[in-house]
Design a protein around this ligand. Structure first.
Ligand SMILES: CC(C)(COP(=O)(O)OP(=O)(O)OC[C@H]1O[C@@H](n2cnc3c(N)ncnc32)[C@H](O)[C@@H]1OP(=O)(O)O)[C@@H](O)C(=O)NCCC(=O)NCCSC(=O)c1cc(O)c2ccccc2c1O
Length: 133
């Protein structure tokens, strides 16, 4: 599992003092970006020289609210490695309480937006990190 820590800051919260859900989607992306950088060793700055990895589908359950000062720990697992796609699950917890769970599918595309197979070493890194491995 790849771990990513996210302190809840003032900028993440709505007037009710809880995280506004679009900020959670940014945190998910920050977690995926850190995973590609540190876990896969194919950072976004390099990906975007040759293509992109857009999200094709995302499903999220918001289970309990997060508040200013909380420390969220996002745990990322690769759940499926396809020809051009990759399934990822993220669970975010604070002090052992699950705050949200999300499942997403990303797809490797070339500069014209056409799906293309993962580079072999990237696929291997996914499998090394994978709950399936
Ligand atoms: C995503 C698409 C490029 C897919 O194109 P198309 O539908 O033509 O592809 P295929 O039918 O050939 O399928 C290829 C591959 O994807 C799997 N798949 C397709 N759709 C789904 C789905 N809904 N759910 C699950 N899986 C799906 C399919 O099974 C195939 O898998 P294989 O492994 O068997 O090959 C196209 O649909 C598209 O361009 N959609 C729009 C994407 C978009 O705009 N997303 C939101 C904004 S972009 C974004 O959020 C984002 C951008 C980045 O640059 C990132 C970079 C790095 C990380 C994350 C990024 C990111 O999230």
């Amino acid at each position: 599992m790849f771990r990513f820590e996210q302190p809840i800051l003032f900028k993440h919260c709505d007037p009710a003092g809880i995280v506004f859900y679009p900020r959670y989607f940014e945190m998910m992306n920050d977690c995926v970006e850190a995973f590609f950088d540190k876990g896969v060793e194919w950072p976004f700055k390099d990906i975007h020289k040759v293509g992109a990895v857009p999200t094709a589908e995302i499903r999220t359950r918001f289970i309990a609210p997060s508040k200013l000062g909380d420390l969220l720990v996002l745990g990322l697992n690769v759940t499926k490695v396809g020809r051009t796609s990759c399934g990822i699950a993220i669970s975010a917890q604070c002090d052992g309480e699950v705050r949200f769970q999300t499942e997403l599918t990303i797809v490797n595309v070339d500069n014209s937006g056409k799906p293309e197979p993962w580079p072999e070493q990237v696929k291997q890194r996914f499998l090394d990190q994978s709950a399936l491995a």
